[in-house]
Design a binder for this molecule. Structure first.
Ligand SMILES: [Zn+2]
Ligand SMILES: [Zn+2]
Length: 267
């Protein structure tokens, strides 16, 4: 039986794969490949990253590349297990980042280190959420609040209670009401939900009023004129009492609708 030896270096004291020892294999080709000029598409407002056709990772840095962004570009040899990567970045240009990585990896039983370098292009694109928000398209707001504007509870606890209540009743809302919910914002005294359809907003607010035994007050503000008519935006303020009663289907008529609000409803 012929002795096993590396066809490149001729060593016989090492194991080989397809006639080549690990050192020679690693010397001849990169164990981890990277694209030369990869691209990261990110939303400059919220930091979300575009992955394929959708957006992920809201809240990540809208200006800096992170290890998560860079790790995605590493293409290791099938026999390679990446242990850790140290990244350094040289950013003379804000949208063109010279990135170097020191990849610590394991290959055929030994630990090795390989350097990778790439120029990452950053492309700014406003994500769907942010473009909807920046368009400020909404016709109604549902304010979710405690019983009074003075904060008796600490903000985080109050918000947690309100969101729990909101989410407990939301599944009962019709799909079209839920679809009208565009985005929400935290306030010290609760939440503001922005909706793209006033009738859905009103229906949803009434459902919440009944399920959460809340008080509901509707008001309208003049927003602008369209086709010679005043256009109003409706604000529905829900005040949710602290103790959640048992869910009940009974609900009284809505109260507090202002005359201006009725005009809006007729639009
Ligand atoms: Zn060899
Ligand atoms: Zn965004």
């Amino acid at each position: 039986m012929p002795e096993e030896f590396c066809v490149v270096c001729g060593r016989t004291d090492v194991s080989t794969e397809a006639g080549v020892c690990a050192d020679c294999y690693a010397g001849r080709q990169a164990l981890v490949k990277v694209p030369e000029r990869p691209k990261v598409v990110l939303c400059p407002t919220c930091g979300a990253r575009m992955l394929g056709a959708h957006w992920e990772g809201r809240g990540r840095s809208p200006t800096l590349l992170g290890a998560e962004d860079l790790y995605a570009f590493l293409n290791p040899d099938p026999e390679v297990a990446i242990r850790t990567v140290e990244w350094t970045e040289d950013s003379r240009h804000p949208l063109l980042r010279e990135v170097e990585g020191t990849v610590h990896l394991r290959f055929r039983g030994t630990e090795r280190t390989q350097r990778v370098a790439m120029t990452v292009k950053i492309e700014h694109r406003t994500c769907e959420d942010c473009s909807r928000r920046s368009g400020h398209y909404f016709t109604a707001t549902i304010q979710l609040r405690g019983m009074e504007d003075r904060l008796r509870e600490k903000s985080p606890q109050l918000r947690e209670r309100l969101m729990r209540a909101w989410e407990s009743a939301l599944p009962e809302a019709r799909p079209e009401w839920q679809r009208a919910l565009s985005w929400f914002e935290e306030r010290p005294e609760g939440y503001d939900f922005y909706l793209t359809d006033t009738l859905s907003a009103r229906s949803l607010a009434r459902l919440m009023k009944s399920r959460l035994s809340a008080r509901l007050k509707e008001s309208a503000t003049l927003w602008g004129r369209k086709n010679g008519q005043d256009v109003y935006r409706v604000t529905l303020c829900l005040r949710v009492p602290p103790a959640l009663p048992m869910p009940s289907a009974a609900s009284g008529p809505s109260t507090g609708r202002s005359r201006r609000a009725s005009r809006t409803a007729a639009l």
